[in-house]
Design a protein around this ligand. Structure first.
Ligand code: ADP
Ligand code: MG
Length: 142
């Protein structure tokens, strides 16, 4: 059923849950897994700012690190193809554009990310993806 699964990662625990769900589905269906992180060109905050400072990483190295951690977490067997993308711009727009380009038939996001409005059930990125996607969206709660 699913051939190409796009999972959006921002370094949050919810996104880690999204990766584990997406990897499991990719294994089950023999689908390609695309891991995507978007640099929204905002100042790095929280754990990302901390990572950049403590390991003296550039912005692009921080986004590469988000993707390599996600890949390690996915831990899929060798026959499951894993691709990585870094987008630049509005995260939801970039995720939706990548879904179109890659022909993804499932998008997986976390319910929340690194944002700080803890009372909201869905973050703005997951909400926008859910509203505008042309394919099924799985929302993972940590
Ligand atoms: N910059 C980003 N790059 C890729 N995926 C993202 C990005 N920001 C958010 N996401 C995805 O959207 C989910 C929800 O995050 P978001 O809507 O930003 O909530 P919050 O407001 O809590 O940060 C994340 O778990 C992740 O899957
Ligand atoms: Mg966010």
């Amino acid at each position: 059923m699913f051939k190409t699964i796009l999972v959006a990662v921002d370094g949050s625990g919810h996104a880690s849950k999204a990766v584990r769900c997406a990897a499991d589905i990719a294994k089950t269906y023999g689908a390609t897994l695309i891991l995507m992180a978007v640099d929204g060109h905002r100042p790095l905050k929280g754990p990302l700012e901390e990572l950049s400072r403590s390991e003296d990483l550039s912005r692009s190295e921080v986004f590469d690190r988000i993707l390599s951690s996600a890949k390690a977490l996915a831990s899929v067997p060798k026959d499951v193809k894993v691709e990585q993308r870094v987008g630049h711009g509005d995260p939801a727009d970039e995720i939706l554009a990548e879904a179109g380009r890659s022909g993804a038939d499932l998008i997986v996001v976390g319910s929340r990310g690194l944002g700080e409005y803890a009372e909201l059930l869905l973050g703005s990125v997951s909400r926008k993806v859910l509203h505008l996607a042309k394919v099924p969206v799985l929302v993972a709660h940590d």
